[in-house]
Unconditional design. Structure first.
Ligand SMILES: O=C(O)CCC(=O)C(=O)O
Ligand SMILES: [Fe+2]
Length: 358
């Protein structure tokens, strides 16, 4: 007689709050949003033809007139929107597709594989899970999304599986870093800072980058759940691409706008550290991810920041020009830790605001 085969018991989360949203969404009996996810929201955003587009090839053009024009446009979009659609950026379409497809495969891995990266601390270099957040109203919200994140610079980390992920994420992070540096160079010129000042103060050669993937399964009641509630991002510039399913909304003049992105474009938003560094000139844009009842949406995000150890405060020449600093300086990585462990709670930027009592 052959020995009995061990019965394989699939991982049963001890508590529904532990469950991956993907597993929940795939359950054939799910018809409404479980109560712990309930977050009533009017998810219909406005559409606008005026969401800005920045042409990267003009920003890097050898033609000085073309470049000056592109720089002026960049200054306006950073001041007025904090968000733009980047086109002609030069990242190959094959790489964009590969990172979306391979990131998607991560969520099909066996649960044990994904649970290897469950967070032990906010600064773990690789984290995967399904997250909940505390809002300003002290409410715990379960977001309708699963995620995986890894730090990719200055140290490179990446989940072991899917096997091809490592090379793809490495290449994408390198290319997006080069792009981030060029955009920041343009921003630095627009802020009339001396060449090299920003690179040196923010130690951009060792800049922090995080790769993050958000996986939003179809939701039976999209107006009763949220992918990610309204928040701003830490860092200087966030890049985002997705699988063609809309869901990112940005706040502009108090109104929520749907973002759409032409084929092969990259969505860029300004982060808290750019607001701090620019002494409030460039606001970190508030955004959220809404869900839908038809198709799985995936977004691949690359956060671009200063070096982990760089102290980020308002740029000294701007403080001099403005007569005062609007924010207290803080080490980049301390801010990230603060934000991740209290994510989407009280605005982190508010903690650094210097109130003028004069
Ligand atoms: O998935 C999206 O569109 C938004 C993602 C996002 O805001 C984030 O990961 O911080
Ligand atoms: Fe975000």
């Amino acid at each position: 007689m052959s020995p009995p085969t061990a019965s394989v018991v699939p991982h049963q989360p001890s508590n529904i709050n532990d469950s991956y949203v993907k597993v929940l969404a795939e359950s054939s009996t799910l018809q409404s949003v479980p109560s712990q996810f309930t977050f009533a929201i009017d998810s219909k955003g406005s559409n606008s033809d005026s969401i800005p587009i920045v042409d990267f090839s003009q920003l890097t053009s050898a033609n000085p007139d073309q470049r000056s024009q592109a720089l002026r446009e960049l200054a306006t979009v950073c001041e007025e929107w904090g968000f733009f659609v980047l086109i002609n950026h030069g990242i190959p379409e094959t790489l964009m597709k590969a990172i979306i497809d391979t990131s998607l495969e991560f969520f099909d891995l066996p649960e044990e594989e994904k649970r290897r990266y469950e967070a032990k601390s906010a600064l773990d270099p690789i984290i995967s899970g399904a997250g909940s957040v505390i809002t300003t109203a002290n409410q715990r919200i379960h977001m309708w999304r699963d995620f995986v994140k890894s730090d990719v610079h200055p140290e490179f980390h990446c989940p072991d599986k899917p096997q091809s992920l490592r090379d793809i994420v490495f290449e994408f992070s390198e290319k997006s870093r080069t792009m981030a540096r060029k955009l920041l160079q343009g921003i630095s010129e627009n802020l009339e800072l001396e060449e090299g000042y920003m690179d040196e103060v923010l130690q951009l050669d060792s800049c922090f980058q995080k790769y993050a993937v958000n996986f939003y399964p179809p939701c039976p009641q999209p107006d009763q759940a949220i992918g990610i509630p309204p928040h701003t991002d830490y860092g200087l510039l966030t890049f985002l691409i997705h699988n063609g399913i809309a869901g990112l909304q940005i706040q502009h003049n108090g109104e929520w706008f749907n973002t759409n992105s032409p084929h092969n474009s990259i969505l860029v938003n300004t982060g808290d550290h750019l607001q701090i560094f620019s002494n409030g000139r460039y606001k970190s844009v508030k955004h959220r991810a809404v869900v839908n009842d038809e198709a799985t949406r995936i977004s691949v995000v690359m956060v671009n920041g200063a070096a982990p150890d760089a102290i980020v405060g308002p740029a000294a020449p701007l403080v001099e020009r403005d007569g005062r600093a609007l924010y207290r300086p803080m080490k980049f990585i301390e801010y990230v830790e603060k934000m991740l462990s209290n994510r989407l709670g009280k605005g982190n930027l508010e903690c650094l605001e210097i109130i003028d009592e004069s």
